[in-house]
Design a binder for this molecule. Structure first.
Ligand SMILES: [Zn+2]
Length: 265
C-alpha cells in the first residue's frame, strides 16, 4: 500500500511537472510569457564589487535614465570610494523642459551623493542621437578625459533610439579604451515584469535577451540604497507628472530589489 501511494504520488508529481513545463514552454513559444519567474533571481550572479581603483562613468540618454538604471550602482561606487561621472547625452527639451530637467538631474544626483562637478550635460536634441554625426566624437572626448574603468549605459537593443545610440557608441569605443561596459535596459517589450510599482520584486532580463552571448548580472540594493534611489527618482518631478500614464508606471517599475546589467568585459 505504502509503495503504491509513493508510486502514484511520484507519478502524479512527475505528470504535474511535465504539464507545467510543457505549459511554460508553449507559453514562451507563443510569446505569451516574456520574462523569467521571480524565483530565477537566485540563479543570476551578482556583479563584481566596485572598488576604489575603479572610475565609473554613467552615460544616460535622458535625465532620469541615470537613476532608473544605475541609481544603486552610483551609490555603491561612491561608498567604495570610486570617482563617478554622469554624462547626459540629450537636453531633455522634448516638452520644452530643458532647464527644469537639468535642475532635477542635479537634485537627483545630490540625493545619490554627487556634486555638480561630477555632472556633464552634452545637450544634444532629444531623439536625434542616432543621426547626429558629432555624438560619437563628443562622447569619446569625455571618455578620453575621465578615463573610466567602467562605463554604464543603455543597451544597444533598447527600443528607444537615443538609448540604442548610447549603447552602440559605448560598445564601439570599448576596445580602444579598455573599460568594462555595463548595459541596462529601459524600453523593451513587456519590460520590466511585473510592470508598475512593486519594490519587493526583482528586475530580471527579458527571455528574448537571454542567450549564450549575453552575461546578465544583478546588483542587489540595500534598504537604504533603495530609499535613496526612490528619493532621487522623485526629484524628476516633470517626468513623474507627465500626462502619459505608461511612462509614469514605467519609471516606478525600476524601484526594485536590484539593478540589472548586461556585462561586456
Ligand atoms: Zn531615456
Amino acid at each position: 500500500m505504502k509503495n503504491f501511494i509513493k508510486h502514484s504520488f511520484n507519478r502524479k508529481t512527475r505528470l504535474a511537472w511535465i504539464a507545467a513545463l510543457l505549459g511554460f514552454g508553449l507559453a514562451v513559444w507563443f510569446g505569451r510569457i516574456d520574462s523569467l519567474p521571480q524565483s530565477a533571481y537566485q540563479l543570476l550572479d551578482p556583479i563584481a564589487p566596485i572598488t576604489a581603483q575603479d572610475r565609473v562613468m554613467v552615460v544616460a540618454p535622458h535625465q532620469d535614465d541615470d537613476v532608473l538604471g544605475a541609481g544603486g550602482l552610483i551609490q555603491q561606487a561612491r561608498s567604495a570610494g570610486a570617482p563617478v561621472k554622469v554624462v547626459w547625452a540629450t537636453d531633455g527639451n522634448k516638452h520644452r523642459l530643458k532647464a527644469e530637467r537639468e535642475s532635477e538631474a542635479r537634485s537627483a544626483m545630490s540625493e545619490l551623493g554627487l556634486s555638480k562637478d561630477s555632472l556633464v550635460f552634452l545637450g544634444f536634441r532629444d531623439a536625434t542621437l542616432q543621426n547626429d554625426p558629432n555624438f560619437p566624437a563628443i562622447l569619446m572626448a569625455e571618455i578620453e578625459q575621465f578615463k573610466p574603468t567602467i562605463v554604464v549605459t543603455t543597451l544597444a537593443g533598447d527600443h528607444h533610439p537615443d538609448h540604442a545610440a548610447c549603447g552602440e557608441v559605448v560598445g564601439e569605443l570599448q576596445q580602444q579604451f579598455g573599460y568594462r561596459a555595463y548595459y541596462f535596459l529601459i524600453h523593451f517589450t513587456n519590460y520590466p515584469q511585473p510592470f508598475g510599482s512593486d519594490r519587493h520584486s526583482y528586475l530580471l532580463p527579458p527571455l528574448k535577451l537571454i542567450n549564450a552571448n549575453n552575461t546578465w548580472r544583478v546588483l542587489p540594493l540595500t534598504k537604504e540604497q533603495l530609499i535613496a534611489k526612490e528619493k532621487a527618482l522623485k526629484a524628476y518631478r516633470t517626468q513623474l507628472s507627465l500626462k502619459n500614464p505608461f511612462l509614469k508606471t514605467l519609471l516606478w517599475s525600476f524601484i526594485r530589489q536590484n539593478e540589472l546589467f548586461l556585462v561586456k568585459e
